[in-house]
Structures are given as C-alpha cells and as structure tokens.
Design a protein around this ligand. Structure first.
Ligand SMILES: Cc1cc2nc3c(=O)[nH]c(=O)nc-3n(C[C@H](O)[C@H](O)[C@H](O)COP(=O)(O)OP(=O)(O)OC[C@H]3O[C@@H](n4cnc5c(N)ncnc54)[C@H](O)[C@@H]3O)c2cc1C
Length: 258
C-alpha cells in the first residue's frame, strides 16, 4: 500500500475570491509537480478528527499555469464544502498527486465544432480549455480548424464567476462563441442577455450555429438534470452517443429524481 506521503500533497491556498455568496474560487500552490490535461479534475481533501473528506473539483487553470485554480459552490449541509468555504489564504488542504478524468477536448474525432454546455461551476473545465487554447493561439500551437461554442447558465448573472474573462476572450478569439444565459431574469432585472435554462435554448443555438452530429462534439458539465435533458435534446437533434461527453457533478438524492 502506498503511504499518505506518496499519494497526497499538502497544497496551500494562495488566493481566495468570493464571486457571490457561496460561490468562490481558490488558487492553490499544489506543493509539488502536478501534471494534468485541461478538462481533468483534482481531488481535494480536508482532514477532520474522524477522517479525510475528499471530493473531485474540475481544474479551471490551464496546465501552463503554475498554480491550480478551482471554482467551488457551497452545498449547505454538505460534508466538504462548508469546511472548504471556511478556509482562507494560507490554509492547507490535501491534494491527490494524480489528476483524473476524461472530460478533455476531443481533438481526435476530427470534429471542427465543440459545443460546451454548462451550469454555474460546470464551466470550470471549459475555462481550462479556453485558457489553454488561448495561450496556444498566441504561441502558434493552436490546433487547426477548431471552434468552441460555449453556453453557460446560472440562475442570476452574478453566479457566472468567469463571465468577464470569457467575454474578453471571445472578443479576441475568432474561434470562440459565447452565450451566457440566466434562468431567473425576474431576480436579475438588469440582465440584458439570453434567458432560460441550457435545455431551453440548446435547440435554438444548434440550429443558429448549424451544428450537427457529423461535425460537432457536445459536452455537458454540471447539474445532473441539465445533463440528462440536454443529452436527450442533442440525441434527438441527431448527435450520435459517441459525440457526447459528460461530467456529472453529483447524483441527486433518490427522492428528488424524476
Ligand atoms: C468529476 C467531478 C468534478 C467536479 N467539479 C466540481 C467543481 O468544479 N466545482 C464544484 O463546486 N463541485 C464540483 N464537483 C462536485 C464536488 O465533487 C462535490 O460533490 C460538491 O462540492 C459537494 O460536496 P460536499 O461534500 O459539500 O457535499 P456532499 O456531502 O457530497 O453532498 C451532500 C448532498 O448534496 C448533493 N449535492 C452535491 N453537490 C451539489 C450541488 N452543487 N448542488 C446541489 N446539490 C449537491 C449531493 O448529491 C448530496 O445529496 C465535481 C464532481 C465531480 C464528480
């Protein structure tokens, strides 16, 4: 059996920013060399007197950045997020040395188009794609013929987290199209952008952007219900199963399942 030292780093929080109540980002000094691909997740943990509590978090930062960035939502009554939420800059967490996950950008299928659908913190792995591709584009490593279409949903616009950064990238990058959408515009009366849940607007945008299963890979990340409904819509739109990738953040308790 591998010792704790072999499996875990003591990572240190170097920055912490609250986007809105219960939605925050942290940057971590991983505490040692940490290899990952854009789209993978890190396993973070907090030691309590009883046990080490660990959860998966998609990595926002690009592998080109020296620190790891994570975008976290507080789950009231959850085991780990209330503990993480209480931690300030300088605090330590455990970090498994090995990043995991296959929710990486599909550059093997030959598809030009990549439709990225997300709810709130589900934008995290897409941020890693965007930051990586943007850096590649400025250093002549950009993969030929790739276009990303990002739809990110939140109840209200202050829950987006990365809206300004993505909008700025989209203004500079001809290979990125961005649609933020707010599902509770009645609670955000200043919002002038798209409204509705991801599943309400997928059909409209796949039609508008002329995305089909033969030239597009679809990605769904975040809320399990968005993923289930969104997948159904894309399958009916003619996307074959193998052109869809998903990262489900949690399993709803049985009583809430439809
Ligand atoms: C591959 C992967 C990547 C992930 N990436 C992120 C990420 O980037 N950011 C992030 O915030 N989370 C992410 N998650 C979710 C994260 O791993 C935890 O499940 C989440 O932070 C809740 O942990 P907890 O211990 O506080 O709650 P738990 O004690 O694990 O859960 C308590 C209850 O809340 C439900 N629940 C869990 N998360 C939510 C939620 N967000 N909203 C509503 N109910 C929920 C659970 O099903 C459970 O019933 C990811 C999960 C996976 C599998």
């Amino acid at each position: 059996m591998r010792s704790a030292e072999e499996k875990f780093y003591r990572a240190r929080i170097t920055h912490r920013d609250e986007f809105s109540a219960g939605l925050w980002k942290i940057r971590l000094d991983p505490g040692g060399p940490y290899d990952f691909a854009a789209g993978q997740f890190a396993t973070l943990g907090v030691q309590t007197p009883e046990k080490l509590i660990e959860r998966a978090y998609s990595i926002v930062s690009s592998p080109y950045e020296p620190e790891l960035e994570l975008f976290i939502e507080l789950v009231p009554g959850g085991e780990l997020t209330p503990l993480l939420h209480a931690l300030r800059s300088g605090a330590e967490v455990s970090l498994r040395k090995i990043a995991k996950g296959r929710f990486t950008l599909d550059l093997k299928s030959g598809h030009k188009n990549h439709l990225l659908l997300s709810t709130v913190t589900g934008v995290a792995p897409y941020m890693a794609y965007l930051r990586t591709l943007y850096k590649d584009s400025t250093e002549n490593r950009f993969p030929a013929d790739v276009h990303l279409y990002l739809v990110n949903a939140a109840s209200r616009s202050w829950e987006f987290g990365y809206h300004e950064e993505i909008a700025e990238l989209a203004s500079k990058a001809p290979w990125l199209t961005y649609v933020p959408t707010v599902s509770r515009p009645y609670e955000d009366t200043e919002w002038r952008g798209e409204t509705g849940r991801v599943e309400d607007i997928i059909r409209k945008y796949t039609d508008r952007w002329e995305l089909s299963g033969s030239d597009t890979t679809g990605y769904l990340c975040g809320h399990p219900q968005m993923i289930e409904l969104g997948k159904g819509i894309l399958l009916r739109r003619g996307f074959p199963k193998q052109s869809l990738k998903e990262e489900v953040y949690w399993i709803p308790p049985k009583t809430l399942r439809r």
